[in-house]
Ligand binder design. Structure first.
Ligand SMILES: NC(=O)c1ccc[n+]([C@@H]2O[C@H](COP(=O)([O-])OP(=O)(O)OC[C@H]3O[C@@H](n4cnc5c(N)ncnc54)[C@H](OP(=O)(O)O)[C@@H]3O)[C@@H](O)[C@H]2O)c1
Length: 325
């Protein structure tokens, strides 16, 4: 497994997103033993970068990782996120990046993860009610206290990134990026490169779509995030199947799987990028991790880069309001 640097934080260039082990997608939370085997297999295969958040569950995903990483803590760069749980207010689902809330949140995450430090602590969504400088200073204090090693932002726009970075150096920005969602290319990636900040693409498999495994939404559970997602509904879904077919066509040419090609395309975008494909299954973890060895030719990269944009918004209208792009 190759490693890269997000600013000065060294990580395996393919990480593991743990969210789907506890929430969001069909089958989440149903097989803890397989989820823990998946984390352990990731470590065996050289994956050192694991991603969670206090809102996943809420809390249960961090707890799961705490159990899975017992005795393995030093092998991983552990990333988690605050700001979508208001501890003194309305609880999960409420934006709160006030310094007091961050100080409460970090203690809970440390305890659930069974660790005395978080390697990369992201603000999960920008909170319009808290000056970004105040939030960045609060994380800076946690770094000074040794509770946090590095500071990150998620779905933050260029201006926010600049302002936060001026107070506490930002190590990485995590936003949705894949052949399914190209938004960061226009403004965010150039800003990160100018400032020397790393980039972590989340949902690198287009929430499973790019793998070609989703040909119908009939099997989605009631609480599957994709049920009311514009990209997975109606005509948009039918249109987007063609995108998945194109990825499959390149994969057939390469002799790889579509998931591997989707990840390999991201890896080819720069050595400052570390995608975190999500899975709760050992077999898919093995498949996704093997993308480290997949090389795409310039012609294959061009073909993928020229694919038309996916139809439909990445989120519902309410969710979109929380994103800066
Ligand atoms: N910062 C944020 O706001 C934010 C938002 C969303 C996600 N994230 C992070 O990013 C991580 C990854 O994103 P994601 O999980 O949303 O999406 P993703 O990685 O694009 O796709 C995950 C989905 O694809 C399926 N899958 C994985 N590998 C597969 C393969 N080889 N073949 C077929 N299907 C496969 C998974 O199902 P199985 O689990 O059943 O394999 C799951 O349903 C998350 O775990 C989370 O840590 C962050």
């Amino acid at each position: 497994m190759h490693h890269i640097h997000l600013r000065d934080l060294e990580v395996s260039r393919i990480g593991l997103g743990a969210m789907g082990m506890s929430q969001g997608y069909t089958g989440a939370g149903t097989d803890e033993a397989e989820s823990i085997r998946t984390v352990h297999r990731a470590l065996e295969l050289g994956v050192t970068f694991i991603d969670t958040a206090e809102i996943y569950g809420p809390y249960t995903n961090e707890e799961l990782l705490g159990r899975a990483l017992k005795g393995h803590r030093d092998q991983v760069v552990l990333a988690t996120k605050f700001g979508l749980v208001s501890h003194g207010g309305d609880g999960p689902g409420t934006l709160d990046s006030s310094p007091a809330n961050i100080r409460t949140a970090v203690e809970g995450s440390l305890q659930r993860l069974g660790t005395d430090h978080i390697d990369l602590y992201y603000q999960h969504r920008v909170d319009p009610n808290v000056p970004i400088e105040d939030m960045a200073a609060a994380v800076g204090e946690l770094i000074a206290a040794g509770k946090v090693r590095a500071f990150g932002l998620s779905e933050a726009g260029p201006e926010t990134i600049r302002r936060a970075n001026a107070v506490t150096p930002v190590t990485a920005v995590q936003s949705e990026y894949s052949l399914f969602t190209r938004d960061p290319e226009a403004r965010v990636l150039p800003t990160l490169r100018e400032l020397g900040i790393g980039f972590v693409p989340f949902s690198p498999l287009g929430r499973g779509f790019l793998t070609g495994a989703i040909r119908s939404t009939d099997g989605f559970a009631e609480d599957d995030f994709r049920r009311d997602n514009p990209r997975f509904t109606g005509e948009n879904f039918q249109h987007n199947l063609r995108l998945a077919d194109e990825v499959k066509a390149v994969a057939d040419e390469v002799g790889a799987t579509p998931a591997q090609v989707a990840i390999a395309w991201l890896l080819a975008q720069g050595d400052d990028i570390a995608p975190i494909p999500g899975t709760k299954r050992v077999s898919r973890l093995e498949e996704n991790t093997a993308a480290d060895a997949v090389r795409l030719t310039p012609a294959q990269l061009d073909r993928l880069t020229s694919l038309p944009p996916a139809a439909g918004a990445t989120h519902t209208e309410a969710q979109l309001k929380m994103l800066e792009r």
